[in-house]
Design a protein around this ligand. Structure first.
Ligand SMILES: O=C(CO)[C@@H](O)[C@H](O)[C@H](O)[C@H](O)COP(=O)(O)O
Length: 244
């Protein structure tokens, strides 16, 4: 059995576990610098998305609002961290924060300060995350195949005019790609959020509205994707509530 302290043991991977004296100040300095680098990186990435996607975000929000106005529902899905992001997005659309709550939560808005969330009325729409039902996910994975867990749900639930939103950092997860294909086949509006250079999701006009976050860090991609989702929700609300 391998033990801590053996040459090539666990401390080779995690040197801070070794009993050697640690320069705590140096560690804290390193951690601060690393945190600052990551914060700078995500701020720059988010800024770059404005130039890259502003027009597409507006067009997509208009299309989503039209879908919701006509009775369409949102189905959101992804794997791992993207599954929880999909859950957060569905919850945001289905149970948006009431303006009074959002403002009260920060103790009111000072004159001239940016409004923390919408001060205008919000409209809830039907939205369902597709990775939340463990029984369904395990049964579909076991009986049909993990690559079809989302496509099979869309085949059962999706109608023309619904919205399918797939989140993937690589753009290459088979279950997300298959779900997009199924959604298009059913006449649903397809929205994809991906990272890197878009991966397979960016090929063959697979989705109607594709948002590529040009980063090679899974963490930065997910952070930026959830920001894009919040912007999409905000813009969709503006159209739905007749502000624009
Ligand atoms: O959350 C993370 C990393 O932050 C991971 O769980 C990550 O989401 C998983 O590895 C996913 O399976 C990756 O899938 P995808 O984003 O490439 O579609």
């Amino acid at each position: 059995m391998s033990t801590v302290g053996e040459s090539g043991g666990i401390e080779a991977l995690y040197p801070f576990l070794a009993p050697a004296p640690v320069d705590r100040e140096a560690v804290v300095t390193d951690l601060c610098a690393s945190t600052r680098r990551k914060a700078d990186e995500i701020v720059a990435l988010r800024r770059s998305l404005v130039a890259l996607h502003a027009e597409r975000l507006v067009a997509c929000a208009r299309a989503m609002a039209a879908a919701f106005d006509a009775g369409g529902r949102l189905f959101a899905f992804g794997n791992g961290g993207s599954s929880t992001d999909a859950q957060a997005v569905a919850q945001l659309f289905a149970a948006p924060p009431e303006p009074a709550h959002a403002v009260a939560a920060v103790g009111g808005v000072a004159a001239g300060a940016p409004v923390p969330a919408r001060a205008e009325p919000v409209r809830a729409v039907a939205a369902v995350p597709l990775a939340q039902d463990v029984a369904l996910l395990t049964a579909l994975s076991n009986d049909v195949g993990y690559e079809l867990v989302f496509a099979r749900q869309l085949a059962a639930l999706g109608r023309p005019g619904d919205v399918a939103m797939g989140l993937s950092t690589s753009g290459g997860s088979a279950n997300v790609l298959n779900a997009m294909t199924e959604a298009s086949r059913r006449g649903m509006l397809t929205v994809g959020l991906v990272g890197y250079d878009g991966g397979p999701m960016a090929q063959e006009d697979r989705v109607a509205y594709l948002f590529v976050v040009p980063s090679a860090s899974v963490h930065r991609i997910q952070e930026a994707q959830i920001t894009l989702c919040h912007v999409l929700w905000e813009l969709t609300q503006r159209v739905l509530t007749g502000e624009t």
